[in-house]
Write a protein that binds this ligand. Sequence first.
Ligand code: ASP
Length: 317
Amino acid sequence: MEPILLVHGGAGDITNARVSGKLDGIKTSVRRGFSVLKNGGSALDAVEEAVRSMELDENFNAGYGSCLNTNGEVEVEASIMIGDLKSGCVTLLHDIMHPISVARKVMEKTNHTFLGGEQAMQFAVNQNFEILPKGSLITQNAKDALAEFLDRQSKGLDTIFSPTELDKKEAPGEPGTVGAVAIDIHGNIAVATSTGGITGKIPGRIGDTPILGSGTYADNTIGGVSTTGHGETLMRFNLAQRILQKMFYEKVSAQEATEFTVKEMTKRLVGTGGAITISKSGDIGIHFSSKRMAWAYIKSNKLFFGINKGDSYVESA
Ligand code: ASP
């Protein structure tokens, strides 16, 4: 099987100021993850590596640079799944740089699938994860985005920017959840997704990202999907699972299933989002109903990437 790695850096109202940082970050991530696959490594190791790269990068809403809740704190969550239906998920972690690796430990070292809150923090400590000094994941951009959110909320304004406001915005604004889908030489599929949620969330809010079938799903008999966007929409629609079921029952391509299902979600529930998909035969699906979504993949020694609707740039891997 030809190995492929496909990554996203979040769907949403990405400002012009964020575009180049996101494209650099997404290309670094896909190259780092693909170096694992190229050397015969597993899809699981590749998606973890790709996501870890973006968790370190403040251009993304995961690990360092995560969005803040109304208390001005970071609460992160993540999920990882492999195609034989094993998985690990975590939520409400704080001060940990790589929640995706904690999720992997839940999968590998416990009889459970999902751990949350202070007990999940304790689990991470037991697994020797470094707990950073309080507030280490907070960036100035995240603080500015929260201040702007609270200001608009107090004035009774919509906290979602209009397209005209967005175009004028000079501050970086929202970063974006990260995700990766891979298929390795053995045909094994793995998916990983990690996020800081959304700016101005109520403390304790859990989004779609750590929920199987919404943020992440992998099944070697169909394919793998990682999603991003408005969590309250995605989790009620079960976006990842619906894409795979469409491929399975209707025998449509990854692209057709991804595009149809993302559009259907926004039609039914208004909220926007995006998804990346790889089918078990290595066919790719990418679609978003938001303004932008950074994505990239490496296949046949070429790196394909984009962020605006209709983009499809290619460079050598
Ligand atoms: N889906 C994430 C959440 O709502 C946010 C994102 O994808 O940017 O928590």
